[in-house]
Design a protein around this ligand. Structure first.
Ligand code: PRP
Length: 179
């Protein structure tokens, strides 16, 4: 099915306030501690860039690119690393930054994998959470907004590689159809 760009679901203004709120909570929680912020490519890059500029703790950034494989009947799978981190997280405070948590499988697999590296702590910050789509029990530690089960783009999120650069979150709608 083809989709077309539809209405704004979350405005840039609301996103900015959401990011500021998250940054404040994270800054308070970590205080003077150094924090390794790991963005999961590609979707997280805009959110992460906004978030880290508002954080007060010392921040070291890194990125990973992963893809999850799993069988339909199973709630967990394996995560294939396409690009690994460069930084050693052993004994460090680590914050994973994601644009969206949907089934939860990527995060759940990723957390399991990073825990084997024995960080001092491992938390997750996600901009948008779709709890209706969850296939495994996982909750992010910091959630920007809970959103309905809509096909969204913008602010890092794509449709066939496009629309990541939109400042607002918008809904993709079926081409020619009424939703
Ligand atoms: C998206 C998102 C998460 C994952 C969430 O990435 O950035 O990594 O899907 O889905 P889940 O909770 O069902 O596992 P995507 O694979 O679309 O790659 P992208 O970030 O490069 O767009």
């Amino acid at each position: 099915m083809a989709y077309v760009l539809g209405r704004v679901l979350i405005s840039k203004d609301k996103i900015d306030k959401m990011v500021a709120g998250l940054a404040e909570r994270i800054s308070r929680d970590y205080g003077e501690e150094e924090l390794i912020v790991v963005g999961i490519l590609k979707g997280s890059f805009i959110f992460m860039a906004d978030l880290i500029r508002l954080l007060r703790p010392q921040v070291i950034i890194d990125f990973m690119s992963v893809s999850s494989y799993y069988e339909n009947t199973r709630s967990t799978g394996i995560v294939k690393i396409i690009k690994d981190m460069d930084v050693n997280i052993n004994g460090k405070h680590v914050l994973i930054v994601e644009d969206i948590v949907d089934s939860g499988l990527t995060l759940s697999n990723l957390k399991e994998l990073l825990m084997t590296k024995e960080p001092k702590s491992l938390k997750v910050c996600v901009a948008f959470d779709k709890p209706d789509r969850r296939k495994t029990e996982i909750e992010a530690d910091y959630v920007g907004m809970i959103i309905p089960d809509e096909f969204i783009v913008g602010y890092g999120l794509d449709y066939a590689g496009k629309y990541r650069n939109l400042s607002d979150i918008r809904i993709m709608e079926p081409d020619g159809g009424i939703k």
